[in-house]
Design a protein around this ligand. Structure first.
Ligand SMILES: NC(=O)c1ccc[n+]([C@@H]2O[C@H](COP(=O)([O-])OP(=O)(O)OC[C@H]3O[C@@H](n4cnc5c(N)ncnc54)[C@H](OP(=O)(O)O)[C@@H]3O)[C@@H](O)[C@H]2O)c1
Length: 322
């Protein structure tokens, strides 16, 4: 079968097409004939060698795939032919295997491309807003990269939960998309200081919660528009640099900074992570929520897909199609 391999840590030229044996499912696994692969920013960080505990080259990247079950491991109670999306490893491939614990049925109405955009970004958005971030109706939230994969999910979820939503993006076009999804206050951070904009709009009160997947200077700057006793969920470093929240800012303002990692949390507290899946699925089926698929690329063009995200051209989810 055709796969994409990361042949060494580095720039996008380390992504190469390769031929590997089609994998056999272990007991507790299924094999999926892959129709769509979700590309995540973490794939890029792993490729660069900047992801703690990430795989060592040569490896097949990718952590979520949608398709059809075409083989089941011994004792596995799933049907060949079932459409599923899985959180897994080695997803940039024509076939992948996945544990049944991290498998979700794809509703009939949903395309494989949309399904591939569901698990990582919607669970991360839901968990960082509510389970970890404690967001409640009537509170306010600042979502960085509001037009991104996690951002488009978080914008919809926070807005529908009755929160006042602030969101940042690099371009007006990205903010237009986020505003279509329910964002109340779009801030083009390349033109305006985002913390000043939030403080101006809130009479210097700041927001109750910040979602920070960007890191770098954005993290500390976010604390200057966080209300006293406010919370910030940190879950990524798309800027390439981790954030460094100043502890004196935290203590003088009774701020709480909360870390979130989906992979670790799903192993340690699966019920906390996955509790929202039935409601999320229902909302996706009813059309209340949308997986925004921004762009699709052939699997062989994985390097172009990475470039598209790294160059900040992407909105919503980027998907590979084998
Ligand atoms: N902790 C977890 O379990 C978990 C799970 C999923 C995702 N994440 C993290 O969440 C973040 C978002 O992930 P995603 O897959 O949804 O990606 P994404 O938001 O679709 O893409 C990243 C966005 O970050 C912004 N950005 C800011 N500085 C950037 C830079 N130097 N280079 C590239 N982009 C930059 C860009 O938006 P603008 O153009 O608007 O600035 C870009 O579109 C990533 O840091 C990712 O690692 C963490």
């Amino acid at each position: 079968m055709n796969v994409i391999e990361v042949t060494g840590f580095g720039d996008r030229d380390v992504l190469e097409t390769a031929d590997r044996d089609t994998p056999e499912p272990d007991p507790s696994e299924v094999r999926i004939a892959v129709e769509a692969v979700g590309v995540n920013f973490a794939d890029i960080m792993q490729r660069r060698g900047h992801y703690p505990g990430g795989p060592q080259p040569p490896y097949v990247p990718g952590m979520e795939a949608a398709g059809t079950i075409d083989a089941v491991g011994e004792g596995v109670d799933r049907e060949v032919g079932e459409r599923v999306v899985a959180m897994t490893n080695e997803a940039y491939a024509e076939y992948t295997t996945a544990n049944v614990d991290a498998l979700f049925a794809i509703p009939e109405q949903m395309s494989s491309e949309e399904a591939a955009g569901f698990p990582v970004q919607f669970l991360t958005a839901h968990n960082t807003l509510f389970e970890w971030g404690g967001l409640t109706e009537g509170e306010s939230v600042l979502i960085h990269a509001a037009a991104g994969g996690v951002g488009t999910a978080a914008t919809q979820l926070a807005s529908q939960a009755g929160a006042e939503t602030f969101g940042t993006a690099s371009t007006r076009e990205k903010l237009d998309l986020a505003e279509e999804l329910g964002l109340d206050h779009g801030i083009q951070y390349t033109e305006t200081d985002f913390a000043d904009a939030v403080n101006d709009a809130t009479d210097d009160e700041g927001v109750d919660l910040v979602l920070d997947g960007v890191g770098g200077d954005t993290t500390q700057r976010s604390l200057s528009c966080l209300t006293d006793f406010g919370r910030m969920t940190v879950y990524g470093a798309a800027s390439g640099e981790p954030g460094h929240p100043d502890t004196s800012t935290l203590l003088f303002n009774n701020h709480t900074v909360i870390g979130y990692h989906l992979g670790q949390a799903i192993e340690r507290v699966p019920q906390r992570v996955l509790g929202a899946v039935p409601d999320l699925t229902e909302a996706l089926v009813s059309g209340d929520l949308d997986v925004v698929v921004g762009e699709t690329f052939p699997l062989a063009d994985a390097a172009e897909a990475h470039a598209y995200i790294e160059n900040r051209e992407s909105s919503g989810k980027v998907v590979l199609v084998p």
